[in-house]
Design a protein around this ligand. Structure first.
Ligand code: UDX
Length: 455
């Protein structure tokens, strides 16, 4: 078994570290934040992620998993150092590599034996060549250090499962020694390994993520057209999914993709192409569609209502997807400021995202409107004039159509995740707008209401 150090204890670093320990390696996770290290030592995960705490506690107790702020002790005699620090997006769309550079410098100054540095963070193609040169330039001891690329494909909410049961492990190396070392580390996972050059590995990560982002934007584009021509995107997706060349996954139209990867990685690849004098038109289109898609429901609601001022607006779901407390690029963050500007009194509910959201918008008066955080779906819906569904949490999906009718003052629902059957909402007397599905029923409802009035 190998001695492994992991730099960074975010989604990528911590999950990788815990999973390496789980398969038997000796792992030390390094983070600069002392409080975070103490928290992890006490068995608490700094991120909300299924199964993670359990495995942290188990492997810590077994003595295979350690946490420290003292990077020197972790790096000096490690066989491999995995870098899983963030590469946040900069205003121009490029990736900020300063955290990687800091760790690379620390590694160069501390390693005392031959060691493989493995970059898990998503970095622009060619970065790992530079990281290797950078480490060699600052190397203090006479040891061999090589850099390998090993991109991470985990999705938040299922990170541990995705790591232990990954569809494939991509390793990008420039020597047999590096390739063999990584193969050995991953052997206990018993997963397919694809070994390529360092630059190809870097590109596989972007090309994969951006392909999925493109797939979602394509479906959203088609969904918008479906609305105009009276087709139903869910039926269209179903029909498409039977073609194995298309596949059944990532065909869900909705309120646009969010999270820490797709928005950042699409912009980074587009930026990389631009830097090389090439216009990446497909990805540019995916970015544009996604930007508009995020506020699609708000725009629909503006066409339907005279004003939001003084209206009680229920928001169901704040996080960018279920299973995580992460708000990065979440549709709620685009829509809530618009609603507040328009004077809405927001009642927001999310099973785990409220604490993070409070850091951005404190409770009470906010601009022209106000926000109140509530502890249940019912509380949010009670006497509301309009409801927006932004995240398809299980408990939100479990709300019956009749409950909207019963609890809300006016049963007007904008669903960004196509949770409900249009017919069922219609039958329950809910005025229901979703993404890419016909409004026919709404028209029918209006004429029925008119008929009832006349009678
Ligand atoms: C993604 C990739 O799945 C993962 O492989 C990569 O390593 C990191 O980025 P993540 O961002 O955690 O993972 O979540 P994912 O489940 O892929 O969803 C991303 C966004 O796309 C979410 O906002 C989700 O709501 C949206 N989405 C997903 C859709 O709108 N439609 C779909 O059909 C699927």
């Amino acid at each position: 078994m190998n001695k492994i150090a992991v730099a960074g204890t975010g989604y990528v670093g911590l999950v990788a570290g815990v999973c390496f320990a789980e398969v038997g390696h000796q792992v030390t996770c390094v983070d600069i934040d002392e409080n975070k290290v103490r928290l992890m030592e006490s068995g608490v995960s700094p991120i909300y992620e299924a199964d993670l705490e359990e495995l942290m506690q188990k492997n810590y107790a077994a003595g295979r998993l350690h946490y420290t702020t003292d990077y020197k002790s972790a790096y000096k005699d490690a066989d491999a150092i995995f870098i899983g620090v963030g590469t946040p997006e900069q205003p121009d769309g490029s990736a900020n590599l300063s955290y990687i550079a800091t760790v690379a410098r620390q590694i160069a100054e501390t390693v005392e034996k031959d060691c493989l540095v493995v970059v898990k963070s998503t970095v622009p193609v060619g970065t790992n060549d530079k990281v290797e040169k950078f480490i060699k330039d600052f190397l203090v001891n006479d040891v061999k250090v090589e850099v390998a690329s090993n991109p991470e494909f985990l999705a938040q909410g299922s990170a541990v499962h995705d790591t232990l049961h990954a569809a494939r492990i991509i390793i990008g190396t420039e020597s047999k020694w590096a390739e063999e070392m990584l193969r050995k580390i991953y052997e206990p996972f018993n997963l397919p390994i694809v070994s390529v050059s360092r630059r190809s590995a870097e590109m596989i990560k972007y090309a994969s993520n951006d392909f999925l982002a493109l797939k979602i934007s394509y479906m959203n584009d088609i969904a918008n057209l479906c609305e105009l021509v009276g087709a139903d995107i869910q039926d269209v997706a179903k029909g498409m999914s039977y073609d194995e060349r298309i596949g059944a996954k990532f065909l869900n139209a909705g309120i646009g993709y969010g999270g820490s990867c797709f928005p950042k990685d699409t912009k980074a690849l587009e930026y990389l192409a631009r830097q090389h004098g090439y216009e990446l038109r497909t990805i540019k289109a995916a970015i544009d569609v996604n930007k508009d898609q995020k506020t699609m429901l708000y725009k629909k609601a503006c066409r339907r209502l005279i004003t939001f001022s003084g209206l009680k607006v229920a928001i169901l779901g704040l996080t960018f997807k279920p299973g995580t407390d992460d708000l990065r690029e979440a549709p709620s963050l685009e829509n809530i400021p618009l609603l507040l500007d328009a004077g809405a009194d927001i009642y927001a509910y999310d099973p785990v995202g409220i604490e993070n959201f409070k850091k951005k918008y404190s409770e009470g008066k906010n601009g022209q409107g106000s926000i109140k955080y509530v502890e249940s779906v019912e509380e949010a819906l009670k006497d509301a004039n309009v409801c927006f569904i932004f995240t398809e949490w299980g408990e939100i999906k479990a709300v019956k159509p009749e409950q909207y009718k019963k609890l809300m003052r006016t049963a007007l629902v904008y669903d960004g995740r196509n949770i409900y059957d249009v017919e069922a909402m219609f039958k329950a007397g809910v005025e229901y707008y979703s993404i890419g599905r016909p409004y026919m029923k709404i028209a029918e409802m209006n004429s029925e209401a008119a008929a009832t009035k006349e009678a």
